[in-house]
Ligand binder design. Structure first.
Ligand code: 13P
Length: 250
């Protein structure tokens, strides 16, 4: 059985005062029936890890460099994230693929670095509206899966997040049938590439406008093992009902 995972991506949001949201979340969920992960901006990782020490809340980064160290001004290595207290890192988010022109090959190199540092790689993928309208969604996802996911992935060090670009921050959500089609496709791909043990063990998250009022419906879809939540992860009062919906779906 895959343990469910509720993950929050704070993106470029959050100052020191936001750490109180983590304290509130940890005290609202002392013994959750799902794994909980919050990925704050890099500036807050060490403090967040300290605040969450001894609680079920794990902390992750939002990106890492593919190299272990070196002359890369402004970048952060996977080892640095781990050293700061992170146990996971989001990679290949569409905002990074767009803003920083990250290719799937770049994402795979970063995921290898994350694995070498002992981090779980939460690899994101998703189609644009134009790609969906051209009935190209599964081709796009298939290509992103083949190229972004490293060969040595395991059920423990890999999580896939399906995030249709047109659903991120827009309030638009695919139908449950659309989500199910893509998640089933990802599951089948992983099983044929990695074998059934690994393929069935990797958690598949849905991301894109997950809110307290649509979470239960999304979590009812087979092969949806949790969510990667943006806006609604910033406040404990929004994220908490999403966690509860996930626990109830388990
Ligand atoms: P929203 O939940 O704000 O749509 O963001 C989703 C996302 O991009 C999570 O990585």
């Amino acid at each position: 059985m895959r343990r469910k995972l509720a993950a929050g991506n704070w993106k470029m949001n959050g100052l020191t005062a936001s750490l109180s949201e983590l304290t509130a979340l940890a005290s609202a969920h002392p013994d959750p029936a799902a794994d909980l992960l919050i990925c704050p901006p890099a500036t807050l990782i060490a403090a967040a890890a300290q605040v969450c020490a001894g609680s079920p809340l794990a902390i992750g980064g939002q990106d890492c460099h593919a190299e272990r160290s070196g002359a890369h001004t402004g970048d952060i290595s996977a080892e640095m994230l781990a050293d700061s207290g992170a146990s996971a890192v989001i990679l290949g988010h569409s905002e990074r693929r767009e803003d920083h022109e990250e290719s799937s090959e770049d994402v795979r190199a970063k995921a290898r670095a994350a694995h070498a540092a002992g981090l779980t790689a939460v690899i994101c993928m998703g189609e644009s509206l134009a790609q969906r309208e051209a009935a190209n969604t599964l081709n796009v996802i298939g290509g992103q899966l083949s190229l972004s996911v490293p060969d040595k992935s395991t059920a423990e060090n890999l999580v896939i997040a399906y995030e249709p670009i047109w659903a991120i921050g827009t309030g638009k959500v695919p139908t449950t049938a659309q989500i199910g089609e893509v998640h089933d496709f990802i599951r089948t791909h992983l099983e044929s590439r990695f074998g059934s043990d690994v393929g069935r063990g990797v958690r598949l998250l849905y991301g894109g406008s997950v809110k307290p009022d649509n979470a239960a419906e999304i979590f009812s879809v087979p092969n949806v093992d949790g969510a990667l939540v943006g806006g609604a992860s910033l406040k404990a009062t929004d994220f908490s009902p999403i966690i509860k919906a996930l626990e109830e779906s388990a």
